[in-house]
Write a protein that binds this ligand. Structure first.
Ligand code: CA
Length: 225
């Protein structure tokens, strides 16, 4: 069964361009032209990935993203004409897994989509990575600290997996960019800080000791306190 992509985009020519291209690439594609119908379609026929335009009539892309994220962990690629770094962060805060600024090439879109599918695909040989009282199941993509289960978004999972596979090793920002985002997100972007903050919030609940430490001017390291 080909993977199913839901495109939510009000500009008909862009929506049709995406639909044609994605079908040509072998995906099943549905198109919604506004946020509410996108949410309805996602609920009735859950997609494997969502391409979501930011500027939509009625419910905007940000709100749609938040609601979809509240309902599940489908990978969400946001499209936007906004180029400001703060807007990107706002979109990622809302739960988007990746971000593409218009205008973009179809090749670039496909690269992002393949990367998202790679990241969201369950590992063929699941294992449980452990560091201290934190564990990460590469099959379910769920983390656990002591008795508490921690649900992660696709990007959070990938970042935590990178740390768990490199315990006590300082990971530079460049390395993290390269391994988790796979392309240059923009040199001044604070995307890594944003995601480290998410992981800390999730893993440090109930005053659990910090595991992901900042190495000032360099990057981050997973180690004991
Ligand atoms: Ca639009």
């Amino acid at each position: 069964m080909p993977e199913h992509i839901l495109v939510i985009e009000d500009e008909a020519h862009i929506a049709q361009f995406l639909k044609r291209g994605l079908i040509y690439e072998g995906y099943r594609v549905d198109v919604a032209y506004d946020g509410q119908s996108g949410l309805d379609m996602a609920r009735d026929n859950p997609p494997d990935l969502v391409i979501l335009d930011w500027m939509l009539p009625g419910l905007d892309g940000l709100e749609v993203c938040k609601r979809m994220r509240a309902a599940g962990d489908v990978p969400i690629l946001m499209l936007t004409a906004k180029e400001d770094v703060q807007d990107r962060v706002t979109g990622l805060d809302a739960g988007a897994d990746d971000y593409l600024v218009k205008p973009f090439s179809f090749d670039e879109l496909m690269a992002r989509i393949r990367a998202l599918f790679r990241r969201s695909a369950p590992s063929s040989h699941p294992e449980v990575l452990r560091f201290g009282d934190l564990s990460l199941d590469t099959g379910t993509h769920r983390a656990q600290r002591e008795d508490r289960f921690i649900d992660l978004t696709a990007k959070e999972y990938e970042l935590l997996e990178l740390f768990m596979r490199n315990p006590r090793r300082v990971l530079t920002r460049e390395m993290i960019f390269d391994r988790v985002w796979g392309y240059d997100f923009g040199g001044e972007s604070n995307i890594i800080e944003v995601y480290v903050r998410y992981l800390r919030q999730k893993t440090e609940e109930d005053d659990a000791p910090r595991l992901i430490h900042t190495v000032r001017g360099v990057g981050y390291v997973l180690r004991e306190e």
